[in-house]
Design a protein around this ligand. Structure first.
Ligand code: BTN
Length: 313
């Protein structure tokens, strides 16, 4: 949303305000005011007008403008009702030089998960990709993935869902000894060793999605399934972006906060890494995201892999 439209919206939310008053306040023509009002109505904002002027009666349930409205984070939101993959779209935007953009969709038709898996993304979820250009070496990128997991976990907890994080970035809900997946994160990046050109953090949240519409093999759950009612996706997305914004400023703190929500630490784990299997007790996490595993013989830090929680011996 452009700056003037933001200002129009802010004025309307403190309204009623007349067209001429608005035009003077923002130093634009009356017909420009009218065009902004019409565009906002088109985007789903309920703008009432009476003798006194315009006022904002309701904000749309979901969408780019809805999420940007009163968002306390510097992201522009590009919204799609349906798109193959928000990560793929964010890659195109990265190639054209964009930054601090969030691609958000209600549905993905070709959602991608880790290890080249498909990611089922029916309508009702929060499927988004954050594109940003941090001034850090590429080796620190995993910290941003952990930051996204922390932000998603905190946002879910604020809504009343008791989520935790399985290393490195699966957000799960555990009940009766069963772990169900609520959120998945796929990070992509480009740059040289000492300089990151861009990072895309793709976050898939099963928000208002029926678990029966998700592949059973992944043992999925959703915010609505956990709460027994749909969540306000606009508010959830805003909180997620605001929390991520805070954490990305200080990735070392993000890793420290990850410890608070980790379900992996203290558990026996098996991690399939590119260079072999590591089994033992997960004892700690190290910046920028390595898992420290005590195998009984030694402590090994694994930086990437698929992690399984095992039953205690
Ligand atoms: C995983 O395998 O756990 C990661 C899943 C990541 C899914 C998200 S949904 C938004 C973004 N767009 C994609 O195509 N994938 C990510």
């Amino acid at each position: 949303m452009n700056e003037t439209r933001h200002q129009v919206l802010d004025a309307l939310s403190d309204g009623p305000v007349s067209g001429p008053e608005l035009a003077e306040e923002l130093d634009i023509s009356r017909s420009a005011v009218w065009k902004h009002v019409e565009a906002l109505r088109e985007a789903g904002f309920d703008i009432e007008s009476d003798d006194v002027g315009y006022s904002l009666a309701a904000v749309p349930e979901f969408g780019g403008e809805a999420v940007e409205y009163e968002l306390d984070a510097p992201f522009e939101v590009e919204y799609h009702d349906s798109i193959p993959s928000t990560n793929a779209r964010a890659r195109d935007l990265a190639a054209s030089g964009a930054e601090n953009v969030v691609v958000l969709a209600d549905e993905q038709t070709g959602g991608r998960g880790r290890l080249d898996r498909e990611w089922s993304s029916p309508s009702g979820g929060v499927w988004l990709s954050l594109l940003f250009r941090p001034d850090v070496p590429m080796a620190q990128a995993p910290a941003f993935t952990l930051a996204a997991a922390v932000a998603a976990t905190r946002a879910a907890r604020e809504m009343g869902v008791d989520a935790g994080i399985k290393w490195p970035n699966d957000v799960l809900v555990e009940s009766d000894g069963t772990e169900r997946k609520l959120v998945g994160i796929l990070t992509e990046m480009e740059g040289e060793a000492d300089r990151t050109s861009w990072i895309i953090v793709g976050i898939g949240i099963n928000a208002n999605v029926d678990s029966d519409d998700l592949p059973a093999g992944a043992n999925p759950t959703s915010l609505s399934a956990e709460l027994g009612e749909p969540v306000d996706r606009r508010v959830f997305t805003q909180r997620l972006l605001e929390l991520f914004e805070e954490l990305r400023q200080d990735p070392e703190t993000a890793v420290a906060e990850w410890r608070e929500y980790a379900t992996t630490l203290g558990k026996r784990v098996r991690v399939e890494t590119p260079s072999g299997t590591v089994e033992g007790e997960a004892v700690d996490i190290e910046f920028p995201g390595g898992l420290v595993v005590d195998t009984g013989d030694e402590r090994v830090t694994v930086s990437a892999g698929d992690c399984d929680h095992l039953r205690p011996l």
